[in-house]
Write a protein of this length. Structure first.
Length: 272
C-alpha cells in the first residue's frame, strides 16, 4: 500500500481530486466523460506535470475495449454505462446522449499504479465492479468509500458482504445531503489540514475524518434498513416524493433537526 496515494474513481469536475491534492496526497483519478477530463487536466496541468496527478479518461468496465457511455444532458455527475441507471434518470426528467469511450477493468489501473491508501468510488452503476476488482489483490486500501445502493436491502447486503470478504470490519454511513454542515478537524487526522467547504458534488472527508462513528457490519445493516424505509417514502423515487406529504416531512425534519433523506456513502476501514 502507498500511504501517499488516493484513487478518485469518478472524478467528475475534480473537486474531490483538488481536496486530496491540497491534503498532500498523490491522486490517480478515473473519469469517462472526456469533456470533464479536458477541463480538469487544464486546471491541474502543474500537478500532472509534477507527477502528483494521473487521470485515466476511461470507463470502468468488466473487459477492455469500446463501451457505450451515456452522458446526462442535465446532470453531468449522472453519466453511466448502465441502461438501468439511464432509465431511472430519464424517469426523473433528464435526457442522455450516447458516446463511445474506452472501457478498462480497474484491475489494470491497480496493477499500473499500485494499492492506494484510500479509494473513493462513485461511478453510477459500477461501484460494485470496483469493489470486486480488489479481490484480485492480496493487499487492500486502508480506507475505502463507495456510494451505496438505495434499491433494496439485498443490494446493500451484497455490497457490505463483499467489503467483509475484502477484510473490512468497520463502517460509517455518511449522508451526502449533510455535506455543507461538515467541518474539517484541526489538527488534521488525515494528511494536511485544509479549511474545506463541501457540497453535494463532493464525497467529503475520508478515513478518520469522515463524519460519524465507526460501526460493526450488523449495526450498519440495521441502520441501512431504516434508510431504505425512509427512502422508499421520501426519496427521489419514493411514494410521497411528489406529494404534500413530502413537504410536510421536510418541514418536520427541519423543526426537529432530523437529518434529511439523501444519498449515502459507506466508508470502510481495515482492522487496526
Amino acid at each position: 500500500m502507498q500511504d501517499d496515494l488516493i484513487y478518485d474513481i469518478g472524478m467528475h469536475t475534480g473537486k474531490d481530486t483538488d481536496y486530496y491534492l491540497k491534503k498532500g496526497f498523490r491522486v490517480v483519478a478515473v473519469e469517462a466523460n472526456a469533456e470533464l477530463v479536458r477541463d480538469v487536466s487544464e486546471r491541474f496541468s502543474a500537478e500532472i506535470g509534477a507527477g502528483r496527478l494521473l487521470i485515466y479518461n476511461v470507463a470502468i468496465a468488466e473487459s477492455e475495449g469500446p463501451a457505450t457511455f451515456y452522458v446526462n444532458d442535465q446532470k453531468d455527475d449522472w453519466g453511466t454505462l448502465s441502461r438501468d441507471f439511464v432509465e431511472r434518470n430519464e424517469s426523473l426528467g433528464t435526457t442522455h446522449r450516447a458516446v463511445e469511450v474506452t472501457g478498462v477493468p480497474l484491475q489494470k489501473i491497480i496493477r499500473e499504479c499500485g494499492i492506494p491508501y484510500y479509494a473513493k468510488v462513485d461511478i453510477e452503476g459500477a461501484d460494485l465492479l470496483c469493489l470486486k476488482a480488489f479481490l484480485d489483490f492480496d493487499e487492500k486500501p486502508r480506507y475505502f468509500s463507495f456510494e451505496s445502493s438505495l434499491i433494496d436491502y439485498e443490494s446493500v447486503f451484497t455490497e457490505l458482504s463483499l467489503m467483509w470478504v475484502l477484510g473490512y470490519r468497520n463502517f460509517k454511513i455518511v449522508n451526502q445531503a449533510l455535506n455543507q454542515r461538515v467541518q474539517c478537524p484541526n489538527p488534521s487526522l488525515e494528511g494536511n489540514y485544509v479549511d474545506q467547504s463541501f457540497d453535494g458534488h463532493m464525497s467529503g472527508p475520508f478515513g478518520e475524518e469522515a463524519p460519524g462513528e465507526w460501526r460493526g457490519i450488523e449495526d450498519t445493516l440495521e441502520r441501512y434498513k431504516e434508510i431504505l424505509a425512509d427512502t422508499a417514502k421520501f426519496g427521489a423515487m419514493g411514494k410521497y416524493y411528489h406529494s404534500r406529504v413530502k413537504k410536510l416531512d421536510d418541514w418536520y425534519r427541519k423543526l426537529t433537526n432530523k437529518e434529511p433523506v439523501g444519498w449515502y456513502d459507506i466508508h470502510a476501514k481495515l482492522p487496526d
